[in-house]
Every structure is written in C-alpha cells, then in structure tokens.
Design a protein around this ligand. Structure first.
Ligand SMILES: *Cc1c(COP(=O)(O)O)cnc(C)c1O
Length: 371
C-alpha cells in the first residue's frame, strides 16, 4: 500500500534541529534575542526591505499593522471575498468593517476595478492577498491607492517565492505580512513577520509589539500606550533562520511539485495557478479549477482521494458566505470558483510517483464524471 500523501508537510533538516537545539540550550539571558535578530535580518535581505519584525503569527502582524496605520471603529477595509479568515479577522478586532469584493477569474485574487468601485469616504486601506502564491495585480492596485490616497497592504502569507516584475511579494505595499504556520513554505511551527520600507511605521509597530514600550523609553516597565503581545520566541526564530538559509531550495521544491502536476494534467479541462509574463509564482498550493460546464463533484473526488490515502483540500469559501458576515452572492466569480476548485498536495519531499498518483486519481475522476 502507498504511504499516505499529506496535503502539506514542512521540510526539517539537521540544520533546523541544530539551531533549535542551540537556542534551547544557550539562547537565554543576554543571548535571548540572537536568533530573532538574525532571522529578521536574513528575512529583510531575502525580501529586499529595510525593516522586519518577527511575530507570533501573520494574524498578529496584520492586527498591529492595521492598528499602526490608524484603522478603527467605523472604517472600511477592502479585500477579496475569496480568502482565509485570517486576512479579515484583524479588521474586525479594531472595530472596522471588511468589505468583500469579487476576484479575477484567472488569478483568483482581488479584482482591482471592483476594489476601486467599492471605495467610500470610510475606506482606509485595501489588502492585497496573494492567493496560493498567485500575485495580485500590484500595478493596478498601487495606482488606485495613489489616486484615492489609500494605502495598499500586502498579505503575502502564501506568496514567499512569488515576484511581481522583479519585486518580491510583500515588499511593495505600505506594509506586508507573512505566516510561518506549519503548512507554509517557510515554517517555524507557528509564527509570522511584519515587513515595511517605512521607518516611522516600523517604529510604531515595534512599540506596539512590545506592549507599547518605545525603544527610547528609559524608564523600566513604562509603556507609553496600550500595545500588543505578538512576539516570536527565540527557539522558533532559530528554526526560521535555518529555513530562510534554505529558502531558495524550499521555493525550488514548491516549483518542482507544481511543474510536475502541470505536465501531468495539461490535457484536462482545467486551469492551474497562473504565472503571467514578468512574474514568478512561489506555488504555495497547486490548485486546479475545473472548466465551467465540465461535470465535476468535489465531494466525490475528495472521497476518491481518501480511498487512495491522499489528503485533498477544498478551495477557500467566499468569506461573505460565513455566518458572521453579510452574504454577497453578487461576487459571482468567488461563489463559482469554490465549487469547481481543489488544492493538491505539495511538500518538499513529495516524490514524482506521489504526484503521478494524485494526477491519476484526479484524471480518472474527471473522465468518469464526463461520461
Ligand atoms: C496562513 C495565512 C494567514 C494566517 O497566518 P497565521 O500565521 O496562522 O496567523 C493569513 N493570511 C493568509 C493569506 C494565510 O494563508
């Protein structure tokens, strides 16, 4: 019997184990921030940004960033309907309102025109989430931001390794956020990163991230404002250092898996993650969207995956479908995509024969339903 194919799994080598062991044994006292400082510096160098703050999660990084740019009660923040709730929840923590707009049919990311149409006098930001490694149209979004004086934020949790015309995802907006959850391309178990090019914003978030204690404050235990506690531990950062030193290899692994799927599935009536000219896709999650009109039943496919010891993953539901938000069925692309799409397993050590096996089950399903 074939071994189980997980939908994702981190790549942990001797290097991660050695650094984490060192942090656990020696990373205390005056050395308690060493791996954190190093991880932040290496991450800045990788991304091509000036400032990074390691956090406990991407959700925390987004919460602090939104707070730092002054989002509060009554404000609106625009983002795509097709998303994971982590991108929207921090908006609600601050008493502001997420405004969900439809996505583009090919990138599954926010439709810039719909975003612009949704702008009101209350709009305080647009969040560009690069879904499954696919890039938002950053030129269009940054131009809209400029026209209306609204900051563009990037949630690049799924887009490490993705590049937009030579710029890395997460480095183009007023700030960017990353996740190092166990399912992400680079992992620290749990964890995240806030990045920015803006020195003032960096200082604000640094203060917020340390319970409101400013760097220059000489009085001990004297916060200047109420802040947050979303810090990464030194042991997590040690694992992060090993992962960022291996980042080219980790991204190459994601691209290898995607390209193998793409070559196996190219004759089928479906679309996969796009990589338009001038961009590079980090392919966090290889995703298939079955062509409209082709019979397809996601639940039956997931059952067939299960029988073959393959983990499948459903495409994100439109957030506006969830009970805590108002329905927005006019977001027709978002409402249609989730019925016709599925994420395929991907991880560093996934073998070619594993990929062939997944492709075979998917192919058989499409052929069977077609008849
Ligand atoms: C994973 C993910 C998050 C959440 O990250 P956490 O580190 O779990 O908070 C946020 N946004 C996107 C797009 C994600 O994929």
């Amino acid at each position: 019997m074939m071994s189980r194919i997980y939908y994702t799994k981190p790549s942990i080598t001797e290097r991660e184990i050695a650094y984490a062991t060192d942090a656990a044994a020696n990373g205390w006292g005056e050395r308690c921030y060493e791996y954190i400082d190093r991880f932040e510096k290496l991450f800045c160098a990788h991304l091509g940004v000036n400032y990074a703050i390691a956090t406990a999660s991407c959700t925390g990084a987004m919460h602090m960033g939104l707070a730092a740019i002054g989002i509060g009660p009554g404000d609106e923040v625009i983002l795509a309907d097709t998303n994971w709730i982590a991108s929207a929840a921090p908006i609600t923590y601050l008493g502001a309102q997420p405004v969900f707009v439809d996505v583009l049919p090919d990138s599954w990311c926010i439709n810039p025109q719909k975003a612009e149409e949704a702008i009101t006098s209350r709009t305080k930001a647009i969040i560009a989430v690069h879904l499954y490694g696919n890039l938002c149209d950053m030129d269009a979004l940054l131009a809209i931001g400029k026209r209306h004086g609204i900051p563009i934020i990037e949630d690049a949790a799924e887009a490490i390794g993705s590049q937009w015309h030579g710029k890395r995802a997460g480095s183009m907006g007023i700030f960017g956020t990353f996740s190092f959850h166990g399912t992400k391309t680079l992992t620290t178990g749990e964890g995240g990163m806030f990045v920015t090019q803006d020195a003032d914003l960096y200082e604000k978030v640094l203060t917020l991230s340390n319970h409101g204690r400013a760097r220059g404050q000489s009085k001990q235990f004297w916060p200047d404002m109420v802040g947050f506690k979303y810090k990464m531990s030194n042991i997590q950062a040690a694992i992060g250092c090993a992962q960022i030193e291996r980042i080219d290899e980790l991204i190459a692994g994601k691209r290898r898996v995607f390209e193998h799927y793409a070559s196996q599935l190219e004759d089928l009536p479906l679309a996969m993650n796009p990589e338009p000219p001038g961009t590079i896709n980090g392919y966090w999650m290889p995703t298939v969207v079955i062509d409209e009109g082709t019979p397809f039943d996601r639940e039956i496919l997931l059952e067939e995956f299960k029988k073959n010891r393959i983990d499948g993953r459903v495409f994100f539901w439109p957030l506006s479908m969830l009970p805590m938000f108002d329905d927005k069925p006019e977001n027709g692309i978002s409402y249609g995509l989730c019925q016709r799409a599925i994420n395929l397993p991907t991880y560093h050590d996934l073998t070619s024969s594993n990929i062939d096996q997944v492709a075979k089950v998917l192919r058989a399903h499409i052929k069977r339903v077609e008849q």
